[in-house]
Design a protein around this ligand. Sequence first.
Ligand code: RRO
Length: 310
Amino acid sequence: IDLSVSWLGLEMKSPLYNASGVMCRSVEDLEAMRASSAGALITKSCTLEPREGNPEPRYFATKLGTINSMGLPNYGYQYYLDYAQNYDYANNKPLFISISGMTLADNLAIIKAFHERELPCILEVNLSCPNLPGKPQLGYDLPAAQNALEKICEFYDRPFGVKLPPYFDVSHFDQAAEVFNRFDLLKYVTCINSVGNGLVIDVDAESVVIKPKDGLGGIGGDYVLPTSLANVREFVRRLPGKQVVGCGGVKSGAEAFMHILAGAITVQVGSCLYEEGVGAFDRIAQELKDLMAAKGYSKLDDFRGKLKTL
Ligand code: RRO
């Protein structure tokens, strides 16, 4: 069984890698990702300056998934630029760099710095952090998102991607796709970031479980699987010539299969990776191979995007 994927001129031995934010903040985390059986790795979203992030506790897992309000803790873009500069692209898996500046000017400065180094890493602009008090998600303000993409494309001349929030209305899928289709170098979208501003409650303690924003945080895991699959399928239909990366609710071979069946080119693992560690990649890849073998499939293209309707 062959799990390899070729896209963006890159070769991946497996479609599975980390969701940005999980196992990717420090060089130690990134090296654990690199040494794992993941097919690629993506860094924690970075800002112009280093950030401590929100006060703890800021992450909590339940039986059905996770809530987080990390608040963009990261070492600042220069740390990830150094990692990307020192990365051995010829002998390692593809490297993606997630960027989430606090302002458009910050994003442009960070992207310019990467552009000047002419590195073969792929930039992914995060339009969807739900956890910065007072900062709306750019993906929910489509004119602002369009303006940001226009400014980026004035100078950036390499393929790149964006990380999207989940959309919940068919008109919003249409409006978002109309914006993304204006940009040729925007080669992929990653669907989805966490479902923003959920609230997990501990009955015994009669309390919220995380400190920031009076307990509000981004939801991941089982809770979000149907929403992530819908976003993947709907953007695959609306973005011809672009790719969609699936992210949300993947904890076994079955969910990875679902994302690819819905049309995802590759599949990211977030909550499950946080809870299980990088061993999750071996397990999920084996489960995906077993499922494909049972169905008579030998490669991902045999079923990608072939979801049936009734
Ligand atoms: O750091 C975070 O709080 C965070 C970010 Br930037 C994001 O994009 N998604 C998320 O669930 N948490």
